[in-house]
Design a protein. Structure first.
Length: 427
């Protein structure tokens, strides 16, 4: 079945399903043609191709062609297929997640970007794009977003609260009081929840971020820490009281909160504009809502969609970095981030929007230490194991005191296996 899947995608990129940015046929022999692979479709693809067209019109020696793969899973499949073929056809640059870049670079095929001074210095977002095992900077973010806690302020006020929670105990009490009092008096008909969020690893990690936690440090994942126990216990207690809704579809979370049937929701900041429109669809007079920092969260989890450069030859590598420096420049980056409903990569970016909740989320990010998801091969497997561990805790299959140490050991062994590190060998 896997082989058939790969054959399908090989046909896919050679047929009309492949979307390529048009290039002027009158190219001269001195021009370098570079290929960009990306996972974006529809309006986002149109905005990307518009930016590329702008670059191509103003650049004499470099021409960019883009190829679209609809989503990141299909794109990663195609990269792996090419890397395992006898005559791989690789792009010059690719848009992907940092941990996917780390997986690809297990074959040592990506350019170390750390020596290119034309690229922006993004120390403020943390050590993003640098593989701690190879010590290479293999990816650079082209946008940023975070997980935002949103609260229905009108419902909070009705419950007698004048401020959001600052501890997990307060959070649990507010959420479960909302549930036990049958929700908000102006909410739409249906089941009510105190807190709704995704059933995924990042929910648990985001809730656990505190002054005591980095996701990865000293050569390993750091999961056997007090914050992981506290957040797991909080979720378990909320589930036992019937005030927690863990979902597998983000649209369900948006609809539940937008209809006034949840007090709190945890959503990517890229979904905030969608949420605002959904609230307006449900209410003639939309309720008041805002984004807040997670309780006891001294750090913020961020996502960093990134770009990596394949190491093909010196001339094309340098030309690719020239384009990348333009694409990541302040003005162009703001346009691109806006197309993604994401945040730009520069702290000095101007006011993003008149939409107050997005602006508030941006300001919270600027004023909070950030932790990005790791640039480590195998994170896709690790995040599944984290989710499975949370499911076992919530299902009373195991207790946190047993599950979390075992999880810590397992995910670090998985990582060592990806990098071929022996049991007693230093990373």
């Amino acid at each position: 079945m896997k082989k058939l899947k790969y054959i399908f995608w090989l046909l896919f990129i050679t047929t009309i399903s492949m979307s390529t940015t048009p290039v002027d046929a009158g190219l001269n022999s001195e021009q370098i043609i570079l290929t960009l692979w990306h996972p974006y479709a529809d309006d986002i693809q149109a905005q990307l191709e518009s930016l590329i067209e702008q670059y191509n019109k103003n650049e004499e020696h470099i021409v960019i062609e883009s190829i679209e793969f609809q989503n990141s899973g299909f794109l990663l499949d195609q990269l792996i297929l090419q890397l395992t073929s006898e005559r791989p056809q690789l792009p010059n640059l690719v848009m992907l997640w940092p941990h996917e870049a780390a997986l690809i670079d297990l074959s040592n095929v990506l350019v170390d970007l750390s020596s290119y001074t034309a690229l922006p210095n993004l120390e403020w977002v943390g050590d993003v794009g640098r593989d701690p095992f190879s010590q290479k900077t293999i990816a650079i973010p082209h946008s940023i977003f975070n997980l935002a806690l949103v609260a229905n302020l009108d419902a909070l006020k009705e419950l007698g609260y004048d401020a959001p929670p600052t501890t997990w105990e307060q959070f649990q009490q507010m959420a479960c009081t909302f549930r036990e009092k049958s929700g908000w008096s102006s909410g739409k008909f249906g089941v009510v929840w105190g807190f709704t969020t995704m059933l995924e690893a990042e929910t648990w990690l985001a809730m656990s971020l505190s002054s005591h936690m980095d996701i990865f440090s000293e050569g390993q994942y750091q999961l056997d820490i007090p914050a992981m126990y506290e957040s797991a216990t909080t979720l378990k207690l909320m589930q036992d009281r019937g005030c927690l809704s863990l979902e597998t579809e983000r649209t369900t979370i948006i609809n539940t909160f937008a209809s006034g049937r949840a007090l709190f929701a945890l959503l990517p900041s890229t979904s905030l504009s969608i949420l605002e429109n959904a609230i307006k669809d449900h209410f003639i007079q939309p309720f008041s809502w805002q984004t807040f920092a997670l309780p006891q969260g001294n750090k913020m989890l961020i996502y960093t969609p990134s770009v990596a450069v394949f190491d093909l030859d010196t001339a094309s590598n340098d030309a690719t970095v020239d384009f990348l420096a333009w694409f990541l420049s302040l003005d162009i980056n703001q346009l691109w981030a806006s197309a993604l409903n994401a945040f730009p990569i520069y702290q000095e970016s101007s006011t993003l929007t008149s939409f107050s909740q997005i602006q508030t989320s941006w300001e919270q990010m600027l004023n909070t230490p950030l932790i990005a998801l790791p640039t480590i091969a195998g994170y896709d497997v690790v995040r599944l194991e984290i989710r499975f561990a949370l499911e076992r805790i919530l299902a009373n299959t195991t207790l946190p005191k047993d599950e979390i140490p075992a999880l810590h050991t397992l995910v670090n062994q998985i990582t060592r296996n990806f990098y071929g590190i022996l049991e007693n060998q230093e990373p």
